[in-house]
Design a binder for this molecule. Structure first.
Ligand code: GNR
Ligand code: NI
Length: 175
C-alpha cells in the first residue's frame, strides 16, 4: 500500500467536481486501499479521492468508534463509491470540523444530524447506510469534497477569506 501526497489549500483542484465511477474494478480498489493507508497515516477520519488529486467519486472513512474486547480501537473502514444522500433529517447538529486539505484550522459547522446514503461498496455492491453523529457529519463533509465544496464554505465569508489568505501567503513563503 502506498501513501499518497495530500492536496492542500489553495490548490484549485479541491474546487473540481469529481466524476462518477463507472465500474468498481481492481484499480478503484487499489486507489481506496492507498487512500485508507494515507488517511490512517495523516491521521484523519475520512478522505475523498480529490484530496489526493484524483477527481473520482471515491471516499474512505473510519470514524473509529468500534471497540474490541479490551476496549482497544478496532479498524472499521468504510469504502464509498458514488455516494448520494437520499434523505437528510430536519434536525441538525454542530461539530467542530477539520480537513486534511486545510491543516490546523477548525470551525463549527451545522449540518443535518442524520442522513441516509446510497453508494457502491468496495466490491461494487449497491448499499445504503443510515448515519448519525460524527459519521453523518463526516459523510456530508466527504460528499462536499466530491462536489468541490470545502467545510470553510459553510462558515462566515470573513473567516473563510482569512483562512484562504493565510494559505496563499504560506504557499508564497514556501516558493
Ligand atoms: O480527519 C477529519 N476529521 C473531521 C472532523 C470533523 C468533521 C469532518 C472531518 S473529516 C477530516 C478528514 C478530511 O479532511 N476529510 O475530507
Ligand atoms: Ni476534508
Amino acid at each position: 500500500m502506498a501513501l499518497l501526497p495530500i492536496v492542500t489549500l489553495p490548490d484549485q483542484r479541491l474546487r473540481d467536481p469529481s466524476a462518477a465511477v463507472g465500474h468498481v474494478d481492481s484499480s478503484i480498489r487499489t486507489l481506496m486501499d492507498d487512500m485508507l493507508a494515507t488517511m490512517y497515516d495523516a491521521p484523519g477520519i475520512g478522505l475523498a479521492a480529490i484530496q489526493v488529486g484524483i477527481a473520482k467519486r471515491v471516499v474512505v472513512m473510519d470514524v473509529g468508534k468500534k471497540r474490541g474486547e479490551e476496549e482497544e480501537e478496532v479498524k472499521d473502514p468504510v469504502f464509498l463509491v458514488n455516494p448520494e444522500i437520499i434523505r437528510a433529517s430536519e434536525e441538525t447538529s454542530v461539530y467542530e470540523e477539520g480537513c486534511l486539505s486545510i491543516p490546523d484550522f477548525y470551525a463549527e459547522v451545522e449540518r443535518p444530524a442524520r442522513v441516509l446514503v446510497r453508494y457502491l461498496d468496495r466490491m461494487g455492491v449497491r448499499r445504503e447506510l443510515e448515519a448519525d453523529g460524527l459519521l453523518a457529519t463526516c459523510i456530508q463533509h466527504e460528499i462536499d469534497h466530491l462536489n468541490g465544496v470545502l467545510f470553510i464554505d459553510h462558515i462566515s465569508r470573513l473567516k473563510r477569506e482569512r483562512v484562504i489568505k493565510r494559505f496563499i501567503k504560506e504557499r508564497r513563503r514556501e516558493a
